[in-house]
Design a protein around this ligand. Structure first.
Ligand code: FAD
Length: 432
């Protein structure tokens, strides 16, 4: 499978208008666009390579419990909110598309390889329990009766019933189908846009009029005007022209290698649950898909080279041989039969990370200003959790469009790294 690229824009130099313009067509942009459409708004998604960013690589674990990190309580609340929305989100989407979203409510097992890994997982369990999360120890015998191909040499196993999965590639395809179908109301289709909602181009800058954002200018010369513009182009958000003056978006690429493998018939199912292991302190996971493949991931690489080039490219953007070796080696410690699988694909992409690992999500509201930038919503910086957080990001953005702000999500303010600023809100000078 190769990542999708858009066909030439129907609107290369034209002007389109929609209620909502979404810049960036990953899981986040599409999720927001579909939610906006469901709320009765017309929508345009601007992207010349939809679904080809971090969303193309993601394993799709919906894992608020196993993704808990120390001192990330606000993020945990958002992850739990989104995880709670997933079953209805997936059911509604497969009805609208209609197609398989790849959502599976399969549980997760956390596995420790050696004694130190066991101690680390048990320490984390204490924190998980303190937050009211469900995570129960199993004996190795119990774990192996559920998953017979687990190694007998593992040191511990914990059952996490609430951590599920979705296939992000199927998810993006479904969201695009749902957006193209226009539901009950064909009037929501945008004339001139591909399939009534898509523009195969890149946004070069935001457009402003009388102190509000009124759409996006396209690299190919076109213009999309909209009542609300959502910036959802992942790592590239910070380089968009016309961002509000003083807004600092400290996004950085955290690269990850991930593998897709086919399980031979005689070994199926390799595992039925998602297996998340700690092997000599290094995390590795095996996510089983319904089609007899598994996803094994993922490394995390950050270095100076990674910061240059498109999508945070540079030397670290390609698949790392060492990363592939590490993933296969550690996965085999947990499930030795991994050695017998057919390697189908190795992929690397950059996660859009922020200094506090939480997204930049909401209206641009500087501490010193009265009110926010009208017509603009930011939705980026989803780091390791963008797939999990898609439903919550979508409903939060829809609420903002409806004029509602939930105080629980104010800690994710996109301006939280921007410090103080003037009390009037303006675009950067060259786009004023
Ligand atoms: C190896 C790996 C494994 C992961 N596993 C998981 C997981 O198990 N669970 C989970 O929840 N998350 C996971 N993630 C994280 C997840 O992939 C991201 O958080 C998520 O994909 C971010 O989605 P996005 O839509 O914000 O960004 P992206 O998917 O990167 O999409 C951004 C889009 O914007 C477009 N774009 C860029 N610039 C412009 C422009 N100027 N104009 C128009 N379009 C533009 C790009 O073409 C791209 O399509 C993983 C990530 C990686 C790398």
């Amino acid at each position: 499978m190769v990542p999708p690229t858009g066909s030439p824009s129907a609107a290369a130099s034209a002007e389109l208008h929609a209620d909502v313009a979404v810049i960036g067509g990953g899981v986040i942009g599409h999720g927001i666009a579909w939610e906006a459409r469901r709320s009765g708004r017309s929508v345009v998604v601007i992207d010349d390579a939809p679904g080809s960013g971090a969303s193309w690589a993601a394993a799709g674990m919906l894992a608020p419990v196993s993704e808990l990190h120390y001192q990330e309580e606000d993020l945990l609340e958002l992850m739990l909110e989104s995880s709670g929305q997933w079953p209805a989100f997936a059911a509604d989407l497969s009805r609208d598309a209609p197609a398989d979203t790849g959502y599976l409510a399969t549980p997760t097992l956390a596995i420790g390889a050696d004694a130190a890994d066991r101690r680390a997982l048990m320490d984390l369990r204490a924190v998980q329990l303190a937050h009211g999360l469900e995570i129960e120890p199993l004996t190795v015998r119990e774990a192996r009766s559920r998953e017979p191909l687990l190694s007998p040499a593992i040191s511990c196993a914990l059952d996490i019933p609430a951590d599920h999965q979705v296939d992000p590639r199927k998810l993006v395809a479904c969201l695009r189908r749902a957006l193209a179908s226009h539901g009950e109301d064909p009037r929501s289709a945008v004339t001139g846009a591909l399939d009534g909602f898509a523009v195969a181009d890149r946004a070069s800058s935001l457009v402003w009029e009388d102190g509000r954002v009124t759409g996006a200018r396209l690299a190919g010369g076109g213009l999309v005007t909209a009542g609300e513009t959502v910036v959802a182009n992942g790592l590239q958000a910070a380089s968009l022209g016309g961002l509000p003056a003083g807004l600092r978006l400290p996004l950085r690429p955290v690269h990850g290698d991930i593998l897709r493998l086919r399980v031979p018939e005689h070994l199926r199912p390799l595992v039925t649950a998602t297996v998340r292991g700690l092997v000599r302190g290094v995390p590795v996971y095996i996510v089983p898909r319904r089609d007899g493949t598994v996803v094994i991931g993922a490394t995390q690489r950050e270095d100076a080279l990674a910061a240059s080039g498109p999508e945070g490219g540079g030397g670290a953007a390609g698949v790392s041989a060492g990363g592939v070796y590490q993933l296969l080696r550690d996965a085999q410690v947990l499930v030795p039969a991994v050695a017998e699988l057919e390697l189908l694909e190795s992929t690397a992409r950059a996660r859009p990370a922020t200094p506090d690992n939480a997204p930049l999500l909401g209206r641009v509201d500087f501490p010193e200003s009265r009110g926010h930038v009208p017509g603009l919503i930011m939705a980026t910086g989803f780091f390791r959790h963008g797939v999990l957080l898609t439903p919550a990001a979508a409903t939060i953005c829809r609420d903002l469009m409806d004029g509602r702000t939930d105080p629980r999500w104010l800690p994710f303010s996109p301006a939280r790294f921007s410090g103080q600023r003037p009390s009037t809100v303006q675009p950067t000078k060259e786009h004023a």
